[in-house]
Design a protein around this ligand. Structure first.
Ligand code: ARG
Length: 459
């Protein structure tokens, strides 16, 4: 039965109810609805709305319901209630009768749903947070396992300068560290309790909202009732954080897909995380990373959707806000799953060290080092760049790397070149030189990796 039938003379159309009801998806908030109701029960007792015996009865019934839901979270789906709030109240009425009718005193589904969703979001954001930490841990292990391996670094997807494979992994760790701090920021800002704000104007009963907030584990109580019942900023903030984090995951996936291609062949996927083709027997496809990239699309879509739901809403609660849930639940589940998958598949990703090195040696990735060498001989960088470019042309005409040119061929381009040039053109020299903070020299990367491990241990 609906919670609001008194002034109605006609029953709801089935088509209306089907469109209006939210139980089919907001049943996921059942535990939070019970949690909020238990805290509210204490408030009702303190406000002398109910007796101690009634409070105990309500609390026991709510606790029993929570237990029943633990063993069967889909229990609400066996009924036809409008939403999870109606379901909890109806269940209580069945169990304890009239006392249950007192539970909704002074509260509204507007402050209740706002509280439930915040509690759910806090819980789930914390779960994603720990999965993100697990993924960062897997990247640290990857960076550690492949320390010393060198690969081409790219700009414009053209070979640019060699980098360590660990340096590549640490780049994504930096991104995920920022995502982690964004989750923490969002968690801190969402830690505000809307319960006790009523439908929009505040509750009419004498209740200590600060104590109520504390009982529910919130940092503080919301300060404006109109805002509190209609604030979904935290949904947007976390969706935006998810979108950025997934964008990072998607870029990582794109790198890995390319690195696993026959053309690059820097990385190899283990059989346990690859799929084949139904037609082409030779194929081994990086489906996992393609799905990580693909699922980013739906997460980004949910962010855009919630922004559009909210942008035209007048204060305070509007039913449009019921549309805050399905997309957000899906976003949180996808985000959580993708991070877990990343952590699971990384140990199955191997690095073809020889192939990576060979690719780093080719493509004139040391042309900048040659220019830098000439700068060391007193030539201005712009001129050194020109001379190095000329030598790249000479070498490429002969289909040779720079270091395979004879000294006299080089000296024809610049007489300042002497035989110490060959040492300067090695990958090791090129890497070692990039030794300032954030650079890819093995010493710096080792330092960065060690610092990351210290940071990680302290989490
Ligand atoms: N199912 C609703 C939601 O998810 C609960 C709040 C309903 N409030 C109301 N006044 N109709 O937003």
């Amino acid at each position: 039965m609906a919670m609001w039938g008194g002034r109605f003379t006609e029953a709801s159309l089935a088509e209306f109810s089907e469109f209006n009801d939210s139980l089919s998806f907001d049943y996921l908030l059942a535990q939070q609805d019970i949690q909020a109701s238990r805290a509210w029960t204490i408030g009702l007792l303190e406000a002398s709305i109910i007796t101690a015996a009634e409070a105990e009865q309500l609390d026991h019934a709510l606790a029993d319901l929570a237990l029943a839901l633990e063993s069967n979270p889909k229990l609400p789906l066996q009924t036809q209630e409008e939403d999870i709030h109606s379901w909890v109240e109806a269940q209580l009425q069945q169990k304890i009768g009239g006392v249950a009718k007192k539970l909704h005193t002074g509260r509204s589904r507007n402050d209740l749903v706002a509280t439930d969703l915040r509690l759910w979001t806090k819980l789930n954001a914390n779960q994603v947070r720990s999965t993100l930490i697990t993924s960062i841990g897997a990247l640290i292990t990857f960076a550690d396992a492949h320390f010393g391996a060198v690969m081409p670094g790219f700009t414009h997807l053209q070979r640019a300068q060699p980098v360590l494979v660990s340096h590549w992994a640490l780049a994504y760790i930096e991104m995920f560290k920022r995502d982690l701090s964004r989750i923490d920021d969002a968690l801190a800002r969402m830690d505000v309790c809307p319960l006790g704000c009523g439908a929009l104007a505040g509750t009419g009963i004498q209740i200590d909202r600060t104590a109520l907030a504390q009982r529910l584990g919130f940092q503080s109580a919301a300060l404006n009732s109109l805002d509190a019942v209609s604030d979904r900023d935290y949904v947007v903030e976390l969706s935006a954080t998810a979108s950025l984090c997934m964008t990072h995951l998607s870029r990582l996936s794109e790198d890995v897909i390319f690195f696993c291609s026959g053309e690059a062949a820097f990385f190899k996927l283990g059989d346990a995380i690859s799929s084949g083709s139904s037609l082409m027997p030779q194929k081994k496809n990086p489906d996992v990373f393609e799905l990580l990239r693909g699922k980013t699309g739906r997460v980004l879509g949910h962010l855009v959707a919630i922004l559009h739901v909210l942008k035209g809403l007048p204060l305070a609660y509007n039913k449009d806000m019921q549309e805050d849930k399905q997309g957000f639940f899906d976003l949180m589940a996808s985000w959580q799953q993708c991070l877990l998958v990343l952590a699971t598949v990384l140990p199955h990703l191997s690095v073809n060290v020889e192939r990576c090195r060979l690719a780093a040696e080719l493509g004139y990735s040391n042309a900048t080092d040659l220019a830098d060498y000439l700068v060391g001989k007193g030539i201005a960088f712009r001129d050194a760049h020109e001379l190095s470019g000329e030598l790249v042309l000479v070498a490429s005409k002969q289909q040779k790397p720079l270091e395979a040119l004879a000294l006299d061929e080089m000296q024809q381009v610049s007489p300042l070149i002497s035989d110490d040039v060959f040492a300067a053109l090695t990958i090791e020299a090129g890497l070692a030189k990039r030794a300032s903070l954030a650079g890819t020299s093995p010493d710096r990367v080792k330092e960065a990796l060690d610092a990351t491990k210290v940071w990680f241990e302290a989490l």
